[in-house]
Design a protein around this ligand. Sequence first.
Ligand SMILES: [Zn+2]
Length: 459
Amino acid sequence: MLKIFNSIKNKKEKFISIKKKNVNIYVCGVTVYDLCHIGHGRTFVFFDIMIRYLIYFGYKINYVRNITDFDDKIINKSNKKKISIKNLTNSMILKMKEDFNNLNLLKPNKEPLVTDNIQNIIELILKLLKNKNAYINYKGDILFSIKTYNNYGHFFKKNKINILKNSNKIDFVLWKKSKINEPGWLSPWGIGRPGWHIECSTICNKYLGNKIDIHGGGQDLIFPHHENEIAQSQCIFKNNKINYWVHVGMLMIDNDKMSKSKNNDLKIRTLLNNYNNEIIRYFLLSRHYRKPLIYKINSLNKYTNILKFMYKSLQNTNPNIKILLGNTFKNRFFEAINDDFNIPESFSVLLSLSKEINNLKNKQSSKVHNFAARLRQLAGILGLLKNDPNDFLKKINGYSSKINDKNFFYYKYIDKINKIRNYYRINKKWKLADKMRKKLNKLNIRIEDNINNTNLYKK
Ligand SMILES: [Zn+2]
């Protein structure tokens, strides 16, 4: 029986769907002002696994993920790039879909745009104003009044709730009035645009109704986004119910939080240019989804080797055989995933299974095909080992070559060290040059010196 950690109750709970064999899932989507980074990748790969797993057990899934195609960041970027908002968001949506497709993510049943739902948003704000859960401030913006919602603080420890309730500083914007020359939509309150939280309450309810099985997103969305979403939805819709809140941990770069301002945000596209998608998927799932995952330059090498090992074990086996053996592995695998999606543990089961296949190969046992088929079946649930082993192993060798992507996260750093090394070499300061070489080796970079230049390779 599947257990999921429910963030709102702060504990693991048995998963029981509202309707017997149907599950509806809402996941907060991307704000499309830039290319998607690997933090998005982690969140959406995790929900992809959740959905694949539920489908495997016969559930029909209704999966909705919104697209925020209008907000301050988008307006600023379109001004900076001197292109229209629509041109910017259309191109980013296209690229997002390409990246997600290349990551082998299942498509949501619906991907509503915020800009297609403005009228619905306005109607809900009207309801909140009518119920006196919202007010218009001196600037002409409409805010949600926290003190009118007694249950505010679902995700908080109790002592914090009172502090919050006594303050109107955390009232949040439902509708922002546009300044002169700012874009927006006509509303009963003049030209303006919706706040972020109200878009999710609106879209979630419009496309999935009043009873939701699973609502998810990254852990950074718990507060204020999801807290505020509950407050609005509870005030607007009677008996609004969301059973499981699921949040995915943050992705860190070398122990630092990834952010644009630190210039260390790593795009999904950059990784896809350098690694096979199954390796990226494996890495993104390599730590339990609720814990932080740390990216380091050689993180993906480890998972490249693991997948190579697994594919090698599948070479020269017959995948189209009826599976009769390997139940112990299957049970251990399901046990791991049923325990709040302990995917790292399920990976270790796949690895043991791979080792078992190699043992059987050494013994020239005919059972090998059965265990190989079992490995493919179980890995397939996680969207892995989908390739022909020979194809994969051939392709993988093509990837582990030169560092040629200028966008590669560490490229500039590596390039700088290399330039310093070459400067020392030209000036015959061999000891110092050697120090730089060691530095590059530590970063898993292989150096090839030619007469005129130096080529760098990933080890
Ligand atoms: Zn949301």
